[in-house]
Design a protein. Structure first.
Ligand code: SF4
Length: 342
């Protein structure tokens, strides 16, 4: 991971003057900057992790390069978006597959036409949906990869919709041929399409997603609406200016507030820039892939967000996520007590 500031601390530790150096670095940094410490004493790691948690400058990555430790933390937290107070387990994400017809340069799970499919599969999804219905899941989000590459996507979505209202995330470019039949087979009242459109005009969207993709996605949006589906539009943007431009476009298109999603590029997967997010930044949203259960969909193949490899029974994997969330909370409380001076 690239950092904005690189600080070589040699063999320095918190016991031998590291703290003043950290404070000096932060004085010259802006919120959101990534700071890398390169050092030779591995004992710094646990102390740095404690300091990062206490000061809410999340530790994002620890690597070893040429025998030296490299720790990266971000200066400052990320404001929690509204709605992040929903109970853990009320929202369930399913990654049906990881292959995609596109190869977007910021894809948070590195999907592309060459990515192995790593399919969750209809049988497993049917079982997940059955068990989810008994666990208080209020909404299901189906994503990938591109879910409409799967021949049995209609069966998958109908199984999910039987358990809870379901939203499928798609690039909207595959509604043709037999895939039209997959779309037509879906229930309109329990299934919403969330289609990715990054900008009001082709330039930006095509820059990240490939030439001609904006026009084909617009066609897909029109087709889905004509078929009677509720369509949410979701943009992934780099800057506040891009977000504001897209908001104006949504106003002009008279898109309802509940059908708008605007999010920043996350520095995960294929992205080379974006907002660096750690587990501590994210309220967990149980996310299931063929490889296991993850903390959040934004890093659904990253080891730091893996909670358990065991999907079933679902009650157990949900409990594992809740336990991990409680541990995060306990850790924060313990730190608050340790640093309580009077
Ligand atoms: S961002 Fe979406 S459309 Fe783009 S490669 Fe990733 S999964 Fe496919």
């Amino acid at each position: 991971m690239r950092a904005d500031v690189e600080l070589d601390i040699g063999r320095k530790t918190f016991a031998s003057g590291l703290l003043p150096e950290l404070i000096a670095v932060l004085r010259h940094s802006r919120p959101g900057d990534l700071v890398a410490l390169i050092g030779d004493d591995e004992s710094v790691g646990p102390e740095l992790e404690t300091w990062c948690r206490f000061t809410e400058n999340p530790l994002l990555e620890t690597t070893i390069e040429d025998g030296r430790r490299r720790w990266i933390f971000r200066y400052g937290g990320i404001p929690a978006p509204a709605g992040d107070d929903r109970p853990v387990g009320s929202r369930l994400w399913l990654y049906t597959n990881f292959d995609c017809n596109l190869h977007c340069d910021y894809c948070c799970v590195r999907s592309s036409p060459n990515a192995p499919r790593r399919e969750l599969g209809l049988a497993r999804i049917q079982r997940i949906a059955r068990e989810a219905a008994t666990l208080g899941v209020k909404e299901i989000f189906v994503t990938g990869g591109e879910p409409f590459l799967l021949e049995d996507i209609a069966g998958i979505l109908l199984a999910c919709a039987a358990a809870a209202p379901t939203t499928v995330l798609t690039n909207g470019m595959l509604f043709a041929g037999r895939r039209t039949e997959s779309l037509r087979a879906l229930t309109r009242d329990r299934i919403v399409l969330q289609i990715s459109l990054d900008s009001a005009t082709p330039d930006l969207h095509d820059l990240h997603r490939g030439p001609g993709t904006w026009a084909r996605t617009r066609q897909g949006i029109q087709f889905a609406r004509a078929e009677g589906f509720r369509v949410r539009l979701a943009a992934t943007v780099s800057t506040d200016t891009e977000a504001e431009e897209f908001r104006q476009f949504l106003d002009e298109e008279r898109i309802a507030a509940e059908d708008r999603v605007i999010r920043r590029i996350a520095l995960r997967g294929s992205a080379s820039e974006g907002v660096a997010v750690s587990r501590a930044d994210l309220v967990p949203e149980v996310t299931i892939t063929a490889d296991g259960v993850y903390w959040h969909p934004v890093g659904a193949e990253d080891a730091d967000l893996l909670v358990t490899r065991d999907i079933f029974p679902l009650s157990e994997s949900f409990a594992a996520v809740r336990r991990a969330f409680d541990r995060e909370g306990e850790h924060a409380n313990k730190l608050a007590r340790i640093f309580n001076c009077a």
